[in-house]
Design a protein around this ligand. Sequence first.
Ligand code: AMP
Length: 629
Amino acid sequence: MSSSKIVGIDLGTTNSLISIVEGGQPIAIPSAEGDYLFPSVVGFSRSGERLVGSVAKRQAISNPERTIISVKRHMGTDFRFTCDEKSHSPQEISAMILQKVKADAEAYLGFPVEKAVITVPAYFNDSERQATKDAGAIAGLEVVRIINEPTASCLAYGLDKTEKQETVLVWDLGGGTFDVSVLDLGGGVFQVKATAGNNRLGGDDWDQRIMDWLVEEFKKQFQIDLRTDRVAMQRLKEASEQAKIRLSQETSTHIKLPFIAADASGPKHLDVELSRSKFQELTHDLVEKTVEPALTALEDAGMSKSEIDKVLLVGGSTRMPAIQDKVRSLFGIEPSKEIDPDKVVALGAAVQGAVLSGEVKDMVLLDVTSLSLGIETVGGVFTKLIERNTQIPVAKTRVFTTAADGQTVVEVHVLQGERELAAHNKSLGRFELRNIPPAPRGVPQIEVTFDIDVNGIVNVAAKDLATNNKQKIVIQSPTNLTQEEINAMVKDAAIYAEEDAKRRTESQARNKANIELDTAERQLRELGEQMSFEQQKRLRDAIERLRGSLQTYDTEKIKEDTKVLQDAMYAVSTEAYMSVGGEKAADAARKSGYAPTTPTRGAEGGGEAGAEGGAEEPSDQDLFGWFQQ
Ligand code: AMP
């Protein structure tokens, strides 16, 4: 076997798992302890030794301040975990988990593991994806791709091979989180239509209910409160989880914890029977809590329950019979559970790894962007470069220009969202491109490129075509978008579509009017002497009229008066230049900005057919690039 193999890693909130394709089939790789699940827990012993996985999980309750669980929830944030005066970022903690996973896999496989596909929840934003990639790099792994967990599940089921269009709902109930994704599949395209969930609902809550019940039972019997004893609680937690797992197979189970406490009369032992029906009674409301996110995902995808062709069960907690019953009764179909729900995500990631290494052929995997991306242009307008649901990887280039004469700096404000105005969208970052040679407005050509790589990570670059001066950023958003926020943003865009479009037109009309006023005044100043009295009057009247209409909210009138002013200016400049140098001069006048300018054209790149190619009128936002700094 060679080390060119690419493994798949499910870096989970509770557990992580690693998998590889062997002989055309994905298999899970066990940890050094012999389990397939690596607890995603990192701890530091009192002597400062680093503990990762099951040893760290074991000390979680007795030594909570030196243990970190569920670090995935902090990915992409500035959270720090401090222990022994040493502070660690979420990436570093995740890297410690990945290092253990990597080392154990290497010991098992007998060759170095260097490349990996890592999965993330579909709703993870750019900074969370970037942080995941960084964690891989810190652990010495080349993360060749980040893929969405529901997409990985579909791959494990081989659903990429389905010729017909199918709608799949992935029901993922893990240890600490519940995620529902609705995907459209067909011809190798995986489109996440909607995601919803509850990141505070998972198997741990079911364990907690058993623990609470055990504590009460013990108190009734011995009048001793176990809650005050950390070590006893740790034992109870482990026993509760084991009992829960057994109850997925058995209708009743025995929970026995000898020497759990002691009083003056001697040691006390916990010894109780828990039936599945009692367990289901204790946890009935938790099962009910899964319904709302599932319905929200359906609603956001604009689908009814009957339109779901398949439900895939993912996450260890979907083994509970009560959960499977709920899925059955909700959708009226038998959920697919042929693949171990603990392993399905990692197995799918390994399949993707094998596709990338060329080991598995005849498969394509296409993912899409969840929200549109673009920049802010003059008037606070959001100009999209990449539309929502565009297949990734993708690169788009478009040329912008300056809004004012002599403008030497432009600010590229990168945003994500569906609304027409920048202020209503999510700001991802900004940067400046400086040292643009001073020139009349509309002349500089600044090429803006958005590049989303296969992992969903966004690179934005701006280049001044005259000097080749370039600036760029990799988007690291300061805050994170939850799946609820994404859904809310898409919903808002639909609600406000009409109002936003009106404001955008209004804003563009005003900007155009202001720029034309500016030009007209300059024309009067610089060419005034050559103008006849009538020409001067025509221009002054048009200026006054436009000023007047700018005092109103009548967009149509502003547009109309802008046109009147443009016509007046054009007449003046053409005549003035004709008198000195004929047609050529008139052209020069137009180019110099003293006449209505030839707009800078938008350009599309990145392999997609230019949506704006051809000879149609350019849009206003191409014309008027940015505010002056
Ligand atoms: P995951 O986050 O997908 O690794 O899921 C872990 C959760 O699944 C933990 O809460 C486990 O206790 C739970 N789990 C694993 N196996 C079973 C089972 N057979 N029955 C019920 N819960 C299980």
